[in-house]
Write a protein that binds this ligand. Structure first.
Ligand SMILES: NC(=O)C1=CN([C@@H]2O[C@H](COP(=O)(O)OP(=O)(O)OC[C@H]3O[C@@H](n4cnc5c(N)ncnc54)[C@H](O)[C@@H]3O)[C@@H](O)[C@H]2O)C=CC1
Ligand SMILES: Nc1nc(O)c(N)c(N[C@@H]2O[C@H](COP(=O)(O)O)[C@@H](O)[C@H]2O)n1
Length: 261
């Protein structure tokens, strides 16, 4: 058993599928897609950050450690350009032991870091390029400026992929998932933000959701929530099945399976 299936069995149990035809909720998801799960931390009132889009500490030490285990067990971590520009995350595995376990299993210390970035706005001095070794993939649309793509690919660990078959100028998330699977991504962890979460959910790509609800209220009607974007209609709400709930420090972790279809 390699480290991925080892971690996967612990974390996802029998729900983890990467290369087989996958049973996802009530529908079949084919092997051309990775297993995709979202992990988010939200306030008790459902916010991901403040109305100024400033990152807030919702998780405590134990939850950040759980998130680190998930990162270490994933082939790739994805965020949207909104999160990149507001948080400048490094998206690295923080525990040295877990990085060593990955290396011992023949993997990069860090999962592939993936940014959904239609216009290639990722700053060349972003922390993903400065902190931690490992591959980075910037997913762009056909509207992304060639000169910006050239600058980003000067970093030898960075690959830019175009996922915009219809030429809409916006990254197509279904195409992105297929391309990532072809890049060898079996398990994709999504760490937001609000718009990307909704886009992936609306596209029917998400298998599972982990939401840690912390003991803070953020408030503000324009503060990002777990899923923003255009939202679902009254008669077409996305249905979930509760897998588990667990108290972690002063918060609660909810795990849901998404019932696609
Ligand atoms: N508490 C938590 O767990 C987390 C909180 N956040 C917070 O979320 C906020 C960022 O969220 P957002 O502004 O909504 O940005 P986001 O990170 O969801 O990125 C959205 C952007 O991605 C691009 N994009 C390209 N193609 C897309 C597609 N097909 N579907 C969706 N997006 C596409 C668009 O430019 C879009 O505006 C920040 O304030 C950040 O602090 C972010 C991650 C985790
Ligand atoms: N799990 C979790 N709990 C919180 O309280 C958070 N604020 C976040 N934020 C996410 O973590 C990213 C930062 O990652 P690095 O520490 O820079 O590696 C941030 O961008 C959010 O995605 N997550």
């Amino acid at each position: 058993m390699n480290i991925l299936s080892f971690f996967s069995k612990i974390i996802f149990g029998s729900a983890c599928r990467s290369t087989l035809v996958l049973k996802t909720g009530d529908t079949m998801k084919s092997s051309e897609f990775p297993f995709i799960f979202i992990n988010s931390a939200m306030s008790a009132d459902g916010k991901l950050s403040t109305k100024e889009r400033k990152q807030v500490k919702i998780s405590g030490k134990a939850d950040f450690d759980r998130v680190d285990t998930l990162r270490a067990s994933s082939d790739a971590i994805m965020v949207g350009i909104g999160t990149m520009l507001s948080d400048n995350p490094s998206l690295t595995v923080k525990s040295e032991d877990r990085r060593k376990e990955r290396s011992a299993a023949g993997m990069e210390e860090n999962p592939v870091r993936v940014i959904v970035d239609s216009q290639a706005k990722t700053p060349v001095d972003a922390d993903i390029f400065k902190k931690g070794k490992g591959k980075k993939i910037i997913v762009v649309s056909k509207a992304a400026p060639a000169e910006k793509i050239n600058i980003l690919t000067q970093n030898s660990e960075t690959k830019v992929i175009v996922a915009d078959p219809a030429g809409t100028g916006k990254v197509d998330l279904i195409e992105t998932a297929k391309l990532l699977r072809k890049e060898g991504v079996g398990t994709l962890m999504v760490e937001g933000g609000a718009t990307l979460n909704e886009g992936l959910l609306a596209a029917g790509l998400v298998d599972e959701i982990n939401i840690f609800i912390g003991n803070v209220i953020v408030g503000g009607k324009t503060a990002p929530t777990f899923a923003d974007g255009s939202g679902f209609t009254e008669n077409n709400l996305l249905k979930l099945e509760l897998i588990s709930f667990e108290k972690i420090e002063d918060g609660i972790l909810l795990k849901w399976k998404v019932k696609n279809g």
